[in-house]
Design a protein around this ligand. Structure first.
Ligand code: THU
Length: 129
């Protein structure tokens, strides 16, 4: 699975975004070590604070399918931004070496970073040992 294939999956997920309040659709595609891909998109709510981000929806879908180990996640947003702080924390739960592939709405790669780079000095599972 190449980064561009994963980005394509994230673009497809983004088409399903429910974002009537922000008009800011986000698509995510999470590649598990099993080789399976789990899509996620943002799901907004009239009670704004209940909005679910694309990355966390993808993690939820994957974990509900029995996955625990991941290689990469592609995230597609207008302009190619990076995951919010809450999503970084949730992604970090599953490993510092997870690659985060960021792309814009046209599918162009903007940057690739690891979770260790996106969330240094993190509080994670090992902090509880
Ligand atoms: N959003 C995500 O889906 N992921 C992020 O990492 C940042 C923000 C969504 C939430 C909301 O629906 C919209 O983008 C604007 O904040």
């Amino acid at each position: 699975m190449t980064d561009s294939e994963l980005i394509r999956e994230a673009l497809l997920a983004r088409e399903c975004s429910y974002s009537p309040y922000s008009s800011f659709p986000v698509g995510a595609a999470l590649l598990a070590t099993s080789g399976r891909i789990y899509r996620g998109t943002n799901v907004e709510n009239a009670s704004y604070g209940l909005t679910m981000c694309a990355e966390r929806v993808a993690i939820g879908c994957a974990v509900a399918a029995g996955e625990r180990s991941f290689e990469a996640i592609a995230v597609v947003v207008r302009g190619g931004g990076s995951p919010c702080g809450a999503c970084r924390q949730v992604l970090l739960e599953f490993g510092h070496s997870l690659r985060v592939v960021m792309a814009d709405e046209g599918g162009s790669l903007v940057e690739v970073k690891t979770m260790a780079e996106l969330l240094p000095s993190a509080f994670g599972p090992s902090s509880l040992e």
